[in-house]
Design a protein around this ligand. Sequence first.
Ligand SMILES: [Fe+2]
Ligand SMILES: [Fe+2]
Length: 157
Amino acid sequence: MDWERLQRHLISGFKLGNFSAHDQDHWRRVERYGMYLAPINGADIIIVRLFAWLHDSQRESDGHDPLHGERAELIARTLCGDYFQLEPHRLELLALACRDHEKGRLTEDPTVGTCWDSDRLDLDRVGKTPDPQYLSTASARELARLRPADRRREAGC
Ligand SMILES: [Fe+2]
Ligand SMILES: [Fe+2]
């Protein structure tokens, strides 16, 4: 798994430039939160890391962009087999996590829950406190209680 090759590809294809709230700095923090939460939650850490890099990579606007989850699913399916390898059932989990990540849903699946929670924990970058009500896993709800700076420190962001 060549993470750098994947990262270069996604960064170079990102349309919103260097001042976006959804750019690679967000992707890296989501990855850090995911790597912190995955072992606690029993999540598939490769899927969680792939989600972090893919989920907002196809945004075309920093505002309302209701199809960016579907575009992320599509790019996940397109890049699988070339930029990364996943068995079919794991690709389906990644696809679901990408497609539905901004629909405000909760899930019982530990891997999908870790993906969505890692994204939501980084809401403080835009001045919003992550709401525990919208977090699927207990470990993320714990993190959400911390001040943003403490949360980032705890997760190694
Ligand atoms: Fe998103
Ligand atoms: Fe995001």
